[in-house]
Ligand binder design. Structure first.
Ligand code: SAH
Length: 345
């Protein structure tokens, strides 16, 4: 008989699922699953033996299964390829920064957004991930760190997929992650990266969950942005920047604009000037990402000089900019690269 997976259920859902068991049992079980990372009912010493046996016949507690693990030479980045129950695979990247440990998770299997420079979208969208599967990615990293005597400090939803195209499951997962009976993660320690689904940014503003919003802007003019990022034809720069500004005002959280530097495409001083102009007056900063070459995509990384000049221009024209530290290039850390390789092989 197929056992139902309890991992990923909220306390309210557990209470309903486990009824007529008394509610305090659901609370105990939630704590065992989320606080203590238990994967079997046998470990739950405070439940009567016959209840443990009965639960084991009806339910399981399952997160994803490890298919492959890669560690960067400097040991700062670990990438996991996780297998899901239907055979799909997702990438999870653990990054050990000097300011703490962060996990980057995927929100979909594949992606339908079609950005020209990105490997994740090459084969289109397979399916959305469920809240339980996304939480499972985070738990996988958290348990891995715990085994190493460390802890998880922050979560970025910047792996494969467009999180705001999987809105309901994303919000369910974030609320669960934040619960005291789960990891109790502060919303401020969570970043969502989006290519710019404007109506969903507006909706997110009203959820009262002040996560950090990161917008993949990448190009400061509509024509070139639409050519590189098809979503721009639906929601152009004007509406995107207005939604970003509005999010910052409503939440008090500074919005990060990601800007991928593609050699000879969007990395000139003229682009930097235009970017500074369209962001002026916003509660925002810019994270410059030197393009990470992808075999299947015909773009070049920027020269070091171009990166430095772009960075300098922004910082001397009123826009706080940082350069993303390249992590784990030797473990194919750019979006979708490991998954693409494994699937192709
Ligand atoms: N769909 C979301 C999140 C996934 S992509 C979004 O668009 O933000 C995460 C970030 O990686 C985006 O900024 C994306 O543009 C960037 N990215 C994709 N391919 C890349 C590559 N080859 N090198 C560097 N950054 C890349």
């Amino acid at each position: 008989m197929n056992r139902k997976n309890l991992f990923g259920l909220t306390l309210a859902e557990l209470k309903t699922e486990l009824a007529p068991l008394p509610k305090f049992r659901a609370k105990q079980i939630a704590a065992h699953i989320y606080k203590h990372g238990m994967k079997t009912f046998d470990e739950m010493n405070d439940l009567p033996k016959n209840l443990r046996a009965e639960l084991s016949t009806r339910y399981e507690i399952k997160i994803a299964e490890l298919l492959k693990r890669l560690d960067s030479r400097d040991k700062l980045t670990t990438k996991f390829l996780l297998g899901l129950s239907d055979g799909a695979a997702v990438e999870v990247v653990l990054m050990r920064h000097d300011y703490g440990n962060s996990v980057c998770i995927s929100s979909q299997v594949g992606c339908q957004m079609g950005c020209r420079f990105c490997a994740s979208t090459l084969k289109g969208l397979e399916r959305n991930l469920t809240a339980a599967e996304m939480l499972g990615e985070i738990f996988f990293a958290e348990e891995f760190l715990r085994g190493d005597g460390q802890k998880l400090d922050s979560v970025v939803i910047m792996g494969t997929g467009e999180p705001l195209m999987n809105y309901d499951e994303l919000i369910k997962m974030l609320r669960l992650l934040h619960e005291d009976y789960c990891l109790g993660m502060s919303y401020r320690k969570i970043t969502i990266s989006t290519c710019g689904i404007v109506p969903a940014i507006k909706k997110l503003r009203d959820e009262k969950i002040p996560v950090t919003l990161s917008i993949s802007l990448h190009v400061p003019d509509d024509k070139l942005r639409s050519a590189l990022m098809p979503i721009n034809s639906a929601f152009g720069l004007k509406s995107l920047l207005a939604a970003g500004d509005d999010y910052a005002q409503a939440t008090g959280r500074r919005v990060t604009y990601e800007y991928i530097l593609l050699g000879g495409v969007n990395d000139t001083e003229e682009h930097a000037r235009r970017l500074a102009k369209i962001l002026s007056g916003q509660l925002a900063n810019v994270n410059l990402i030197p393009f990470n070459p992808v075999d299947e995509r015909n773009f070049l990384p920027p020269t070091n000089n171009a990166v430095k000049k772009f960075f300098h221009f922004l910082n001397t024209h009123g826009i706080g900019a940082t350069i993303r530290k390249e992590m784990g290039a030797d473990v194919n850390a750019a979006c979708g690269q490991l998954r693409a390789k494994i699937i192709a092989s």
